[in-house]
Write a protein that binds this ligand. Structure first.
Ligand code: IMP
Ligand code: MG
Length: 178
């Protein structure tokens, strides 16, 4: 078991497994024949997944435009579930097919908010790709069209995801065990 910052990390999804799955996801995305595709990476947690996925999408013959939105959610799991934009995208979305990319779909509050935002600006369609789906925690009716892996109900870190701003750099997804 890797030790990082003095903590034991159990590997849940290895770098190799993730790389293989990203190739499959990119092929699934390419099969949809999206038009004028705009990928929106939801920061911060999705930055590594988005970086790998768009390169796999290139390999699958796609040429998306890429944007970033910084969203803060005040406590998935709290009574408010309030979500707010900290840094918006620059591109216009009207008439375009949009693919939202996030690390984890948990309560669904973040993606419900972001999907509503983009649809409200006139996107032709909005699809969702997430690396991990914590299905048991859903509070909204949101589902992702493209899911890397079903995630156990544990707090995970790595591959962009953090615990109190640490562990984003890990090339795998893991859980702190001590
Ligand atoms: P929700 O779907 O709005 O509840 O929020 C999901 C967001 O919460 C994800 O985009 C992550 O940023 C964060 N998150 C949820 N579960 C975890 C976890 O286990 N580790 C790290 N971040 C998480
Ligand atoms: Mg996030």
């Amino acid at each position: 078991m890797p030790i990082v910052r003095g903590r034991n990390i159990e590997i849940l999804f290895s770098a190799a497994e993730i790389a293989r799955r990203n190739l499959e996801l990119a092929r699934d995305i390419a099969a949809r024949e999206f038009h004028d595709l705009l990928v929106i990476s939801i920061l911060k947690g999705s930055f590594i997944f988005a970086a790998d996925l768009i390169r796999c999408m290139h390999g699958a013959g796609l040429a998306p435009e890429v944007e970033f939105i910084l969203i803060s959610s005040y406590g998935a799991g709290t009574e408010s579930g309030a979500v707010k934009i900290l840094r918006d995208i620059d591109a216009a979305v009207a008439g375009r097919d949009v693919l939202l990319v996030d690390d984890i779909l948990e309560s669904g509050n973040t993606l419900k908010f972001t999907r509503g935002l983009v649809l409200g600006r006139g996107a032709r369609s909005v699809s969702i790709a997430v690396l991990l789906d914590k299905r048991g925690r859903r509070q909204s009716g949101i589902e992702a069209e493209f899911v890397g892996f079903a995630c156990p109900d544990r707090f995970v870190v790595g591959y962009g995801m953090d615990a109190a701003h640490t562990f984003r750099e890990l090339p795998f997804v893991g859980a702190v065990t001590d």
